[in-house]
Design a protein around this ligand. Structure first.
Ligand SMILES: [Cu+2]
Length: 312
């Protein structure tokens, strides 16, 4: 009896010892990097996230803990430029916006002419689209190595979230460096496929079935529109009382009512603008009802960048 008891203990010990061995010498296996998820938290006009992210296919999980609509666009900075330089640009945009809010259009556009030359070299590299309060979104993007400033330029009381009027303080921005270390993530399988182009607007999609979806948005091209920015795709739910004209005006930040909180609709996420040839993948939970894809550009309907659809 005692022999049997002893051998069970010995067997157990042998099993535990052997179970421990592989993990003891596996430190050189990069399995931790296999599926990186970058967590971004939006709260109180701040973006919180890591300082370093991998390059290559990367999933960003963004949670909006605030009571406001926000988004995050990843501005890839030119060589040597940082969040400190970004602050200068935010200041110029705010100065111009203050003049637009005062009805001084000509002076405003003269101020936008003061934007530093390097601003034209900033590459808007996608990011979580407009997201209503309390919502979470996952978006998977191909990230090039380099320095990024993640920003939200929704406005409250005429002030861009990305701008902080207090001396030495930052607005809703977060600097992250994408390292040369490439993730081993593969792009997800999409259930809804959209394309966007300056010529044909938003195409694809159509009516869809209710459920969990992954939306792929391929950027056929990218151009600078009247608001100095490119086109992107956001998802909204339409209610019986949605004021579609007000919504279209809201998509133009150059108007005093544009991008001003509170948003006129519930935004469910999307992707911010990316250079031509890129595809962004974002998550969407759809229930039966009326929805629309919309781009953050002046007069989206005239550009074919407002498309309504049904979820059944
Ligand atoms: Cu914001």
């Amino acid at each position: 009896m005692r022999t049997h008891e002893y051998s069970v203990i010995l067997l157990l010990f042998t099993f535990l010892a052997s179970a421990c061995t592989p993990s003891g010498d596996s430190s050189d296996e990069p399995d931790e990097m296999a599926a990186p998820v970058v967590e971004l938290i939006l709260d109180d006009l701040t973006i919180t996230g890591p300082d370093e992210i991998p390059s290559g296919w990367t999933t960003f999980r963004v949670t909006n803990k605030s009571a406001m609509t926000h988004f995050v666009v990843l501005d890839k900075m030119p060589e040597g430029k940082t969040v400190e330089d970004h602050r200068v640009v935010a200041g110029v945009f705010q100065k111009g916006m203050d003049l637009l809010n005062a009805g001084k259009q000509e002076e405003a556009f003269a101020v936008f002419g003061e934007l530093p030359e390097w601003f034209g070299e900033v590459v808007f590299s996608g990011g979580p689209g407009f997201l209503g309060p309390g919502r979470t979104l996952e978006i998977t993007l191909f990230v090039e190595p380099g320095m990024y400033v993640a920003e939200c330029y929704v406005k409250t009381n005429g002030i861009f979230h990305s701008y902080n009027p207090n001396e030495g303080e930052y607005g809703m921005v977060h600097q992250m460096r994408a390292t040369e270390v490439e993730s081993e993530l593969a792009p997800p399988v999409s259930t809804i496929k959209l394309t966007i182009s300056s010529e044909r607007g938003i195409e694809g999609g159509g009516d869809v079935m209710a459920g969990e979806h992954t939306v792929a948005v391929r950027f056929e091209d990218q151009v600078v529109h009247e608001h100095f920015l490119g086109h992107d795709v956001h998802l909204i739910r339409l209610e019986d009382d949605t004021d579609v004209d007000a919504l279209h005006r809201w998509m133009n930040y150059l108007l005093p009512e544009g991008l001003e909180t509170p948003a006129p609709v519930t935004f469910l996420g999307g992707t911010n603008e990316m250079p031509a040839g890129n595809t962004a993948y974002f998550s969407a939970t759809l229930e039966a009802g009326r929805y629309a894809w919309i781009s953050e550009v002046p007069d989206p309907a005239a550009k074919g960048m407002y498309i309504e659809f049904q979820v059944r």
